[in-house]
Design a protein. Structure first.
Length: 78
């Protein structure tokens, strides 16, 4: 699967707001707008993301090829 020229890694919804979080093979996690695909939020992970993002207590958790990470996207609810 490819979006805006990037190969996508792991897909998943996280939190109670229904936001889609996408881990990419170029080392980012993004939250695209469901209609336009425009990125609403993004964070650098440093390496390809292979895990499905998950949320707990307002924190987005995921694993990339080189590390695990925790991020606080604005508006994320668990």
């Amino acid at each position: 699967m490819e979006a805006q020229g990037r190969c996508l890694g792991a897909l998943g919804t996280a939190g109670g707001n229904g936001t889609l979080y996408v881990g990419t093979n170029d080392g980012r996690v993004v939250a695209p707008d469901a209609v336009s695909g425009e990125e609403q939020w993004t964070a650098e992970t440093g390496s390809p993301v292979f895990s499905t993002p998950a949320a707990a207590d307002g924190v987005l958790h995921l694993a990339s090829a080189s590390r695990t990470g925790a991020y606080r996207p604005s508006g994320l609810t668990s």
